[in-house]
Structure formats: C-alpha cells, structure tokens
Design a protein around this ligand. Structure first.
Ligand SMILES: NC(=O)c1ccc[n+]([C@@H]2O[C@H](COP(=O)([O-])OP(=O)(O)OC[C@H]3O[C@@H](n4cnc5c(N)ncnc54)[C@H](OP(=O)(O)O)[C@@H]3O)[C@@H](O)[C@H]2O)c1
Length: 237
C-alpha cells in the first residue's frame, strides 16, 4: 500500500484514529499535514512523522471556525505543494438522547461534525478538481447508519455526514475526485498498553490501527477504483 509522492491533510490528528491514520500514511510514503485544536498534540504527531523521514506540518485550529479552516487549508496546500488526500476525521461527541442532550451540545456536535467537514472540504476541493484527481475520506460511524439511543446529536450528525458525502460524490466523481466513507463501530482509542490486547483479539472493540489500516487501504486503490463506503465492525465486541 504505497502513498509515495502523495500529500495528505488529516483532521483530528492529535490523538486517536486521526493520529494513527497520519502515522500510517507517513509509513506508506506520504507527506502529511496534521490539524486539531491542541497544538502540543499535533506538534508531537508531526515530530513522529518526521521520525519516519516524511515531511509534516502542524496547523492548530478549530474546524468549525471558517477563518481557522481557511488558514489551515491554505497553509497545508502551500507547505506541501498541494493536497492529494483529505481525511475528514475530527469529530465531537456528546452523550444524551433527544430529551437529555443540551442545545449547546447539539450545536457543538453539528458545528464540528457537519459544518467543519463542509468547510474543510470546500477549502481543499477546488485544487483537487483542477488537478483532476483527489481522494476525500469521511470518517463516519456505524451510529450514522442506524439510530443509537442515548447519542441523538452524534448519530444525527453522522447520518448528515453520509448525506453530505453522497451528494459530494455525485458532484465530483466525474472530475476524478473520490469520496469514501469509513464507518467504524466502537473503537478503543486509548494507547495500547504492552500485553493489553485480548488473546487472539476476541471479545474486544476495534482499535484505532484497524480503522487506520482500512482508511489506508481505501486511499491506496488505483484512482480508477473507489470504495464508496466501508463499514468496519469489531468481530466479537
Ligand atoms: N472512538 C470510537 O469509538 C469511534 C467509533 C466510530 C467512529 N469514530 C469516529 O472516528 C473519528 C475519530 O474518533 P476518535 O475516537 O479518534 O476521536 P478522539 O480521540 O476524541 O480525537 C478527536 C480528534 O479530533 C479533534 N477535534 C475535535 N473537535 C475538533 C474541532 N472542533 N476542531 C479541530 N479538531 C477537533 C481532537 O483534537 P482537539 O480536541 O485538540 O481539537 C482530536 O485530535 C471521529 O470522526 C469519530 O466520530 C470513533
């Protein structure tokens, strides 16, 4: 799975799944710009990518803020000379059913998971369309495929992301841009402790590296082929 010569931007790359996607992309040969709000975390990830002999740049900002997104997108395009792969991974989570979730939490989840993805995609897309090639990965969730009691805002935002992704796909595929939705079930994103993996990987949730591997696989298919949507489930959670 080779990404030599490719340039990627990964959102929410300070920790969890985004960090693993950024590192795995670098191992596959890509130069990677990383973004999230916590500067210390993305700078650490950029250093880890540097240790893998790839170029990396960290841009701190909030993806729900239009000015931040313009600065991040322009900075990444300038620093890497273009973006071939955008991974829209950053997301906010809020517990609570329709009667429990606060209006503020609802707004924060929608602002991050939908508005943020919309803003970032719009900022990167024109350069991809001009080049006639590009890959946009949306990290969604199985909560975006079926309702999830107790997760009203999060689930609604991920259903919305699916609508955004599919609409976008029909807008851009004839311009050579692929749109890929990756929907994982629950992922244990805590750093792996030595010896903590359950025997044979049974009875365990997914791990961030499982999702990173799936994203890498989808992104490394030849440009003529596109995995439109992939669900990845823990075998025996
Ligand atoms: N973990 C799971 O069980 C699971 C299951 C299915 C799908 N997913 C999806 O997988 C993706 C990653 O999840 P994760 O568990 O790895 O998340 P995580 O560990 O909570 O990390 C989220 C990342 O997004 C960044 N982020 C959050 N809000 C942001 C904002 N407004 N602007 C910029 N960056 C922001 C965070 O950094 P800052 O806070 O520093 O900004 C962090 O780097 C999400 O799309 C999630 O919905 C996760």
């Amino acid at each position: 799975m080779d990404l030599s010569g490719k340039r990627a931007l990964v959102t929410g790359a300070g920790r969890g799944i985004g960090r693993l996607v950024a590192l795995r992309f670098a191992e596959a040969g890509a130069d990677v710009a990383v973004t999230a709000r916590t500067e210390k975390e993305i700078e650490a990830v950029a250093r880890e990518i540097g240790d893998r002999d790839r170029k990396s740049f960290a841009f701190a900002g909030d993806i729900s803020n239009q000015d931040d997104v313009s600065r991040i997108a322009n900075g990444a395009i300038e620093a890497l000379g273009g973006i071939d792969i955008l991974v829209n991974n950053a997301a906010a989570i809020a517990r609570g059913g329709v009667l429990d979730v606060t209006v503020e939490e609802w707004d924060r989840v929608m602002a991050t998971n939908l508005r943020g993805v919309f803003l970032m995609t719009r900022s990167i897309l024109p350069a991809m369309m001009e080049k006639g090639e590009g890959t946009i990965v949306m990290v969604s969730s199985t909560a975006g495929k079926r309702g999830d009691p107790g997760w009203a805002a999060y689930s609604a935002s991920k259903f919305g992301l699916m609508g955004l992704a599919h609409s976008l796909l029909y807008e851009v595929r004839r311009k050579g841009v692929r749109v890929i939705v990756v929907s994982p079930s629950a992922v244990d994103t805590r750093p792996m402790e030595p010896g903590s993996a359950p025997e044979g990987g049974r009875g365990a949730p997914l791990r961030a590296e499982d999702v990173a591997e799936t994203v890498l696989h989808a992104a490394t298919l030849p440009p003529r082929a596109m995995i439109r949507e992939v669900e990845i489930w823990a075998t025996n959670p």
